[in-house]
Ligand binder design. Structure first.
Ligand SMILES: Cc1ncc(COP(=O)(O)O)c(C=O)c1O
Length: 391
């Protein structure tokens, strides 16, 4: 999706300290050069295919389909190197960093998947890497913290605020303001100031392109496409393949957490209102005094009070429907997919599966494509805890 002057309708923009504007301009130029250079595109494609494992398959989940009465198709981003869609974006942005002659990358991470994918791409291209992660997320996603450290990244736990993704993004922005000359901030979702939302959407659009190719080859289209929404990168990645096809319904699933009460969920588009947050105007969970609300989700990657500006635009336009499922429903979907198909989904992706399972009656007889954005290995500790067995 392309921004007009940095905005999607009224959403987006660059609400940042003046000192970051030259870096954002430099990034925009590097991105435009990259997109218009056949050699750069070929290089990206080579790394995506030979290193990350693209194209990922679309899998028809026969057992779930038979049990629930609709045809479930899974776009298997969980099969990628490092276990999630995040690598599509980190390889792309590290190539941008190299083209800008930056020797250091920093990134925020929630579930740790973006941190691992950034540390991986940095190792591959010989860049110094620092990852900011809320200290609560450090505790609940320890396998990924260990991986990042083995990959040579410095992991900095952030003890401020709720100690989750929002606080990690704020710490990254602070670092970037201080070290802007030699550092690229490798933002992990379609959030933050322009041009980040557009760049991340561009690097994730490969998901939707491949999915559409698959269905064209089958000779039919899905009736609906479902994806989980944290910052919104995997959802926008797959939706972009189908945005122009009005017969295909698009559904974004947020974290309903424990309940719809304030502070108990991270359902930004379902329950939030407009506000400026971390560099952009978008929907936001905020209280009556415009203070960012506390958020909760069982999945660290969805535990975020903001969302990318494209999603705010798509919500207002009515093209995409945004809704949420609760922690318990996501956990149930995790077990269903694991036991019936032998696939352990990330808890983030389990939210998208859960929506389909919970709406099986309405979806009866339909073809449903779910973006399986990542694998669940990182979540085993949380799953055990919720099963009543402390990890
Ligand atoms: C597997 C997985 N899916 C989804 C997300 C949510 O991010 P986004 O909404 O940007 O796809 C994350 C974030 O860490 C993740 O690890």
């Amino acid at each position: 999706m392309r921004a007009t002057d940095g905005f999607y309708g009224q959403y987006g923009g660059q609400f940042v300290p003046e000192i970051l504007i030259p870096a954002l301009d430099e990034l925009e130029r590097a991105y435009q050069d990259f997109k218009n250079n056949d050699g750069s595109i070929k290089l990206l494609q080579r790394y995506l295919n030979e290193y990350a494992g693209r194209p990922t398959p679309v899998y028809y989940a026969k057992n779930i389909s038979e049990k629930y009465g609709f045809g479930l198709y899974l776009k298997r981003e969980d099969l990628l190197h490092t276990g999630a869609h995040k690598i599509n974006n980190t390889i792309g942005q590290v190539l941008l960093a190299v083209s800008m002659k930056k020797k250091r990358v920093i990134a925020e991470t929630g579930a740790g998947q973006h941190g691992v994918a950034t540390a991986t791409a940095a190792a591959l291209f010989g860049l110094t890497c620092r990852i900011y992660m809320g200290s609560l997320d450090v505790e609940r996603q320890m396998p990924n913290v260990k991986k990042m450290r083995l990959l040579g990244a410095e992991v900095v736990p952030v003890d401020e605020g709720l100690r989750t993704l929002k606080d990690a993004i704020s710490a990254s922005l602070k670092d970037w303001v201080t070290n802007v000359t030699g550092t690229h901030y490798l933002l992990g979702s379609v959030a933050g100031p322009h041009p980040f939302p557009e760049i991340v959407a561009y690097f994730q659009s490969v998901i939707g392109r491949e999915a559409l190719d698959y269905f064209r080859l089958q000779g039919f289209l899905p009736d609906c496409v479902i994806a989980c929404v944290g910052g919104g990168s995997n959802a926008l990645g797959i939706f972009q393949g189908f945005l122009e096809l009005s017969a295909v319904e698009l559904i974004g699933v947020e974290a309903g957490g424990r309940s719809l009460d304030p502070g108990q969920n991270a359902a930004t588009l379902t329950l939030g209102s407009r506000g400026i947050f971390q560099g952009a105007l978008s929907y936001l969970l905020q209280d009556g005094f415009c203070q960012v609300r506390d958020v909760h989700s069982v999945s660290a990657g969805l535990d975020y009070a903001g969302v990318g500006p494209q999603h705010s635009f798509l919500k207002d336009s009515g093209r995409v429907t945004y809704t949420c499922v609760f922690d318990g429903q996501a956990l149930n979907a995790f077990h269903e997919l694991t036991r019936l198909e032998g696939i352990l989904p990330a808890l983030e992706s389990a939210h998208a599966v859960a929506y389909a399972l919970e709406h099986a009656q309405d979806l009866r007889g339909k073809r449903v494509l779910v973006n399986l954005s990542g694998r669940g290995d990182k979540d085993l500790g949380i799953i055990e805890k919720y099963m009543g067995k402390e990890a």
